[in-house]
Design a protein around this ligand. Structure first.
Ligand SMILES: NC(=O)c1ccc[n+]([C@@H]2O[C@H](COP(=O)([O-])OP(=O)(O)OC[C@H]3O[C@@H](n4cnc5c(N)ncnc54)[C@H](OP(=O)(O)O)[C@@H]3O)[C@@H](O)[C@H]2O)c1
Length: 243
């Protein structure tokens, strides 16, 4: 059942988006670099997480060179998670469970983990235009099982191309399909993502809807291959106000 509250403790209201510290676990990768580029440009305080402090530091230095005003730190994944308000998980599906195992003890009540993982068939040597069956229904639901109950889990970003995010001189025109069981957590993530000009968050319902959204990445990979582009998704007909 979807609840209308947030995972945030009631006596500690969630911070405004511009004051929210974001950690990106897998922040050295393609999607991580694209996302941190746009967040840095938008003035969101950032921590690049990695298994390697050296790799995180290198990625943070590149970002700081491009955006000297940005607040960008580099830490190994567990420490990055400890210091964050919202944690983006951006690692290949094959390493999702192990990565969550490595940060589980660093998560705390009130945080939200945003899962961007897609169970592409590449995890078992298959085509990137196919997805794998996941016992829990989706990568996001697998994440939910591996993350403490007091920490929110939202799925997002599957249809946004890393290359489009990284090309920060170009305007974006992207809907981000956001799924989650706690409405307040989804709203928090949508408000954060909408700090990036050209992004609109769309509430796509419960976390189990990630079963529908995650395969769209495989569809877009196929479209991108045929059209030689970085396609995204736009939902038409939405009113200006959120539900
Ligand atoms: N690329 C896109 O356009 C896009 C779009 C939507 C969704 N996604 C999804 O987002 C996730 C990340 O995609 P990506 O293209 O950014 O992936 P990626 O560049 O291949 O990898 C991201 C990061 O994962 C970490 N990683 C790699 N191998 C690992 C291992 N064996 N164990 C633990 N961590 C490992 C690495 O970080 P460290 O080595 O620094 O630890 C790496 O920088 C995937 O699930 C993908 O399906 C991607």
């Amino acid at each position: 059942m979807e609840t209308s509250t947030t995972s945030h403790p009631e006596n500690q209201p969630a911070k405004a988006p511009a004051e929210t510290t974001v950690a990106v676990v897998g922040g050295t990768g393609s999607l991580g670099q694209g996302l941190t580029t746009r967040f840095a440009k938008s003035g969101i305080p950032l921590i690049i997480g990695s298994r390697s402090l050296g790799a995180a530091t290198e990625a943070a230095e590149i970002l700081s060179d491009s955006f000297p005003e940005a607040s960008v730190a580099a830490l190994e994944n567990p420490e990055a998670v400890e210091r964050a308000d919202v944690v983006f998980l951006s690692v290949p599906f094959a390493h999702q469970a192990a990565t969550l195992g490595s940060i589980r003890d660093s998560l705390r009540p009130g945080q939200v983990v945003v899962d961007a993982v897609v169970p592409l068939a590449t995890a078992v040597g298959g085509r990137p235009t196919r997805t794998l069956g996941v016992a829990q229904g989706s990568a996001a639901e697998q994440a939910r099982e591996l993350i403490p109950d007091e920490v929110g889990v939202v799925s997002a970003l599957h249809t946004v191309s890393a290359a489009a995010l990284a090309d920060h001189a170009e305007p974006l025109e992207e809907d981000v399909l956001v799924c989650g069981d706690v409405k307040g957590d989804k709203l928090r993530v949508i408000e954060l993502l909408e700090c990036i000009p050209g992004i609109r968050g769309v509430d796509c319902g419960r976390l189990e809807s990630a079963r529908i959204v995650e395969p769209l990445t495989a569809l877009l990979i196929g479209i991108n291959g045929r059209y030689k582009t970085h396609a995204g998704i736009r939902i038409t007909g939405l009113p200006a106000t959120r539900p």
